[in-house]
Design a protein around this ligand. Structure first.
Ligand code: 1CP
Length: 345
């Protein structure tokens, strides 16, 4: 008889297993709060060069797991490698975030979906390298941005507090917007399937800008494209485990989970614990949802809230995480303490 495969507790939780202590990872766990990340980052010029270097991207993917007892590695890359691979050049300006040449309604023809996977080959090689370096009980998380979130950057040309450019584009140019979403859905399906084939155990759809949408727009721009990605992915890889993170979905989160078919949902920190525990289906995996600023401040307020989160979701599949990305000013000692609290009590 062949030996039982080593169980990956975090993957098992995504698939519905209830654990005594929640497995955990930290959103944006490889990044600027780590001195060893900043050291690697200083050696490369453009941020995208780091994403497209399998050797360096593998190194920074593994860095947080060397320091902390986390249950998963998340591929080091960015959601904006997809527009870049489609041929819409992306630059990262220091202190300013991403900058793209804003997409015009007549500019869709210039996108090159047929070239995207080839250009993403270095990222897929990173997945393979990380997989072979990772202990068997660790879960490897792949990801992409969801179509609406990626479209907000492609249309607006940068991050914005209200995504007004993309919201207006979707309303004024519905056909061009639908064509853009089609390109992003198809590219994301192929890209995520390739990540699974390269070694990812689970993928997360980052819908970081599921905010500022009325309920009609939420269904059309968030639920429907995410649903199509999950469906398309499972046509290629039945049972592919997917975590959806519709940040800001608020009262629509249950509908999002039900209609997209994701295995688990990431909760942002504004989702009330009792609302999530009381209204979301008991078999649905929940991930989250400590406010990243509680981790910056540390101390009893952080520890009490972390325990309250663990306790609210006890008895159901729960992955402990932050409710959004860790911020650069987070003290490492606070992360160490958080891991102790979640894992030990
Ligand atoms: O110079 C640098 O080091 C740039 C900082 C940085 C890093 C470390 C950016 C620029 N991206 C990343 C890595 C990254 N981005 C990862 C892998 C690291 C990990 O998780 O361990 C992941 C999963 C992302 C995903 C990502 N990129 C999202 C979704 C998650 C979220 O925070 O909501 C989004 C919205 C982006 C866009 C992006 N990339 C970088 C920045 C500063 C931004 C946000 C831009 C904005 O303010 O709108």
């Amino acid at each position: 008889m062949s030996p039982a495969p080593t169980e990956k507790p975090l993957l098992a939780t995504v698939l519905g297993k209830v654990q005594d202590r929640p497995p955990m990872w930290i959103m944006r766990q490889a990044g600027r709060y780590l001195p060893e990340y900043r050291e690697v980052r200083a050696k490369v010029g453009d941020f995208l060069d780091l994403c497209y270097s399998p050797r360096l991207a593998t190194e920074v993917t593994l860095q947080p797991l060397r320091r902390f007892d986390l249950d998963a590695a998340i591929l080091f890359s960015d959601i904006l490698v997809v527009p870049d691979a489609l041929g819409q050049k992306v630059r990262f300006e220091t202190g300013e975030g991403p900058v793209l040449e804003p997409l015009q309604p007549d500019g869709l023809g210039a996108l090159q979906p047929e070239k995207a996977l080839e250009r993403l080959a270095p990222v897929l090689e990173t997945v393979t390298r990380v997989k072979s370096a990772l202990a068997p009980e660790k879960t490897l998380i792949g990801f992409c941005g969801s179509p609406w979130t990626v479209a907000t950057y492609m249309i607006g040309g940068r991050g914005s507090p209200d995504q007004a450019a993309a919201r207006l584009f979707a309303l004024r140019e519905p056909e061009a917007f639908a064509a853009l979403v089609d390109v992003l859905v198809d590219t994301s399906i192929a890209y995520l399937a390739a990540q699974f084939r390269a070694g990812a155990d689970v993928v997360q759809l980052f819908e970081s800008w599921a905010l500022n949408l009325d309920d009609i727009a939420f269904v059309e721009r968030v639920i429907e494209p995410n649903r199509r990605i999950v469906e398309g992915l499972r046509r290629l890889l039945p049972d592919a485990p997917v975590i959806g993170f519709p940040r800001g979905a608020a009262g629509m989160i249950g509908k999002y989970a039900e209609m997209t078919g994701v295995n688990a949902v990431g909760l942002d920190y504004a989702v009330p614990l009792q609302f999530a525990a009381g209204t979301l289906p008991p078999t649905l995996g929940l991930q989250g949802n400590l406010d990243p600023l509680r981790l910056v401040a540390g101390g009893p307020q952080m520890e009490d809230r972390a325990r309250a989160i663990v306790s609210a979701f006890r008895g159901r599949p729960h992955i402990f995480n932050l409710g959004h990305g860790i911020v650069p000013e987070t003290p490492i000692a606070h992360v160490e303490r958080l891991v102790e609290v979640v894992k030990g009590g």
